[in-house]
Design a protein around this ligand. Structure first.
Ligand SMILES: [Zn+2]
Length: 343
């Protein structure tokens, strides 16, 4: 089959479009004819070797949408050949202590499609049948591929971790990112008032179209926390959702009201930050990380997708042989939502 894979770590030039053996489904697996697969910032860390030291070659692509073309006889599933699905990209073992306690987000044997296992920048992909979820008939594969990781992450962070309430003011950093664009939709859907940041006015306009009430351009705004305070009657926000990391850390803490909740799901600008511990003590603040995500929260998120409440946000589409071009756009950050590869 045709696929895009890496055989060594490096820049976009190591992304190779070529022939790979068709994947061989194991017991319990389904085989998909992949139709679309989305890019994630995680792909850059896999490509350059920062987050993955495992064996190569590896077919890339963590977010996968396609049609079921084969089902292992051993699979316990109600899926049928021809079903249109997306995949939860984390496989869980089902037998470790965490899995047996119903805490599969902490499974000690989880593997990621597109990182630890071959992914979806290919004509075919395999996954455990339990990782596949049907998508609405009216939803394109391209839109569907833009959903799994960012929608799952945003739902998990905002609803499970930060437990957003309809009366909350929520600051979503990087509203133009994949996870930010999902966070805006979810917080708005839950009744929150959303304030978001982006580095361009055109991204802020798109963020407002998704449901943000206020936008802050972080390139032209000197003090984001002061602007947040001004927009919240001097109080600050109840919740901050952040995927940026070190660059936004201090402003996040200063933007929170007393008792505020901060949840982070990425450290793309850096992982090391200092903090004034008196802020934590005095306000007091609740600081949370994303951590693993459960099958339960994926199923919750899919209910919203199937009722038409949550939509994939696609910026641009590339053919399978142009993944390297797509990676250059991913590195440039000049996009809103997701970049999607069609197979
Ligand atoms: Zn497990």
């Amino acid at each position: 089959m045709k696929a895009v894979y890496i055989a060594q770590h490096g820049g976009p030039e190591v992304l190779t479009y070529g022939d790979r053996p068709n994947p061989e489904a194991g017991p319990g697996d389904i085989t998909l004819r992949v139709r679309a697969s989305a890019l994630n910032r995680l792909d850059l860390n896999l490509r350059d070797g920062k987050s993955y030291k495992g064996p190569l070659p590896r077919v890339m692509g963590c977010d996968i949408a396609g049609e079921v073309v084969a089902i292992s006889p051993a699979a316990r599933t109600d899926l049928k050949v021809g079903d249109r699905v997306i995949l939860d990209n984390r496989t869980k073992c089902g037998v470790c202590e965490a899995c047996r306690m119903g805490l599969d987000q902490n499974c000690s044997n989880q593997k990621r499609l597109g990182v630890d296992l071959d992914g979806g920048h290919a004509e075919y992909a395999i996954a455990p049948a339990s990782n596949a979820y049907r998508i609405p008939n009216a939803m394109s594969f391209t839109e569907a591929a833009a959903l799994p990781i960012v929608a799952h992450t945003a739902w998990h962070c905002l609803v499970t971790q930060a437990q957003i309430k309809p009366w909350d003011d929520v600051l979503i950093q990087a509203g133009g990112s994949g996870v930010g664009s999902m966070g805006i939709q979810i917080a708005k859907m839950m009744g929150c008032r959303v304030i978001t940041t982006a580095g361009s006015d055109w991204k802020l306009e798109k963020a407002k179209a998704l449901g943000a009430a206020e936008g802050i351009n972080y390139r032209t705004t000197k003090d984001i926390s002061q602007r947040v305070k001004a927009l919240t009657g001097g109080k600050g926000v109840d919740v901050v959702f952040d995927c940026v990391g070190a660059d936004t850390w201090e402003q996040n803490l200063l933007s929170l009201k007393a008792g505020g909740r901060l949840v982070i799901t990425g450290v793309t600008s850096g992982a090391k930050a200092t903090m004034d511990l008196s802020l934590l003590q005095g306000k007091p603040l609740n600081l949370m990380g994303s951590g693993g995500r459960s099958r339960r929260t994926f199923a919750d998120m899919m209910k919203l997708v199937n009722q038409g409440s949550l939509h994939g946000v696609v910026d641009r589409v590339f053919p399978l042989d142009e993944v390297a071009e797509a990676h250059k756009v991913l590195e440039s950050r000049e996009y809103f939502g997701k970049l999607v590869i069609e197979s």
